[in-house]
Design a protein around this ligand. Structure first.
Ligand SMILES: Nc1ncnc2c1ncn2[C@@H]1O[C@H](COP(=O)(O)OP(=O)(O)OP(=O)(O)O)[C@@H](O)[C@H]1O
Ligand SMILES: [Mg+2]
Length: 297
């Protein structure tokens, strides 16, 4: 009884401490219709790229069924999201420092049934996220696949959604189903095409998706870019080290650097962001050359 009262008091204190967002922090929800398209790997590594661009990033593992940001990052957290609800842990105690100084809020996998939490509990979690939101420049929320009630709640709590798909028709169809719902809550819908064999396949995928969102939803999606199928991701996962750390010059890393810069700076990449990375500059140039040549073929 005493424990319950204590837990409630802590939760209420945290809720009261929650400040309304100043607008400085940008919250991105990474989602997909189909599972296994690469959300977790892209969220972790995009977080690291953005952190290395000088932003203060918080990565939230909100896959309430099968959390695994900690596994991908090689972290062994003592506490996770479930402890906010089960023992009233403060969100600040649960956040840990990951590689490159990124902050990570680990999820629970199998230990606590977060996949079936009540809407009151879900609200407590989302409220506690808001209480620390202003400590960060960017928050990236990695969600589970599909359009469950939980995923929709995280989409609603975010500023913008990043939909991940692969070129497979089933993944594209499921991405469309997700976008149809997400657009009710978020104005900006970004799309990344992952695990593509080449630039042309990704362009073809995005053209198909854009056509249907334009026709049936009157919505223009924002294509952030593509990530090539790259075995360095598998190797990094086996080593439990993010691929941007293990293979910073690998194909997947280079693709993700371009995507992250586009997300943060928009189309125009400021000179300062390029000046400390000649490899990036070279790669961007090479990519645009390839793009022009392929386009001309
Ligand atoms: N660009 C890529 N090239 C090759 N393999 C990839 C790529 N992106 C992801 N993978 C592989 O795809 C698998 C699924 O990745 P990940 O766990 O990140 O997907 P997810 O969308 O988070 O899955 P879930 O829906 O289960 O949460 C992993 O085995 C990962 O190594
Ligand atoms: Mg995942």
């Amino acid at each position: 009884m005493y424990e319950q009262a204590l837990k409630l008091r802590k939760i209420m204190a945290e809720k009261n401490a929650s400040t309304s967002r100043t607008g400085n922090v940008k919250v991105y929800c990474v989602a997909s219709g189909k599972g296994g398209v690469g959300k977790t790997n892209l969220s972790v590594n995009m977080g690291l790229v953005i952190q290395s661009l000088g932003k203060n990033v918080l990565l939230i593992d909100a896959d309430l069924g099968l959390a695994n940001i900690d596994v991908v990052s090689g972290l062994y957290p003592k506490y996770n999201l479930s402890h906010i609800l089960s023992i009233g842990k403060s969100i600040k105690d649960v956040i840990l420092k990951g590689p490159m100084g990124i902050s990570i809020l680990p999820g629970a996998s199998g230990l606590y049934d977060l996949a079936n939490i009540t809407s009151v509990e879900l609200k407590i979690l989302i409220d506690s996220f808001s209480s620390i939101a202003n400590d960060f420049d960017i928050i990236i929320i990695d969600t589970g696949a599909g359009i469950s009630k939980n995923v929709i709640s995280f989409i609603r709590s975010s500023d913008e959604v990043i939909v991940v798909t692969t070129p497979e028709p089933s993944a594209v169809t499921d991405a469309y189903a997700l976008i149809k719902i997400a657009r009710k809550y978020c104005d900006s819908i970004h799309v990344i095409v992952n695990k593509t064999d080449n630039y042309k396949e990704a362009e073809y995928t995005i053209e198909k998706l854009s056509r249907v969102t334009k026709k049936y939803l009157n919505l223009k999606i924002n294509y952030l870019g593509y990530v090539l199928k790259d075995n360095t991701i598998y190797k990094s996962n086996m080593a439990q080290t993010p691929f941007y750390i293990k293979y910073p010059n690998g194909l997947a890393s280079k693709c993700l650097i371009n995507i992250s810069k586009k997300l943060i700076y928009g189309e125009q990449i400021p000179l300062e962001a390029n000046s400390n990375s000649t490899v990036d500059g070279w790669f961007a140039k090479l990519m645009s050359l390839i793009k022009t040549n392929v386009g001309a073929m």
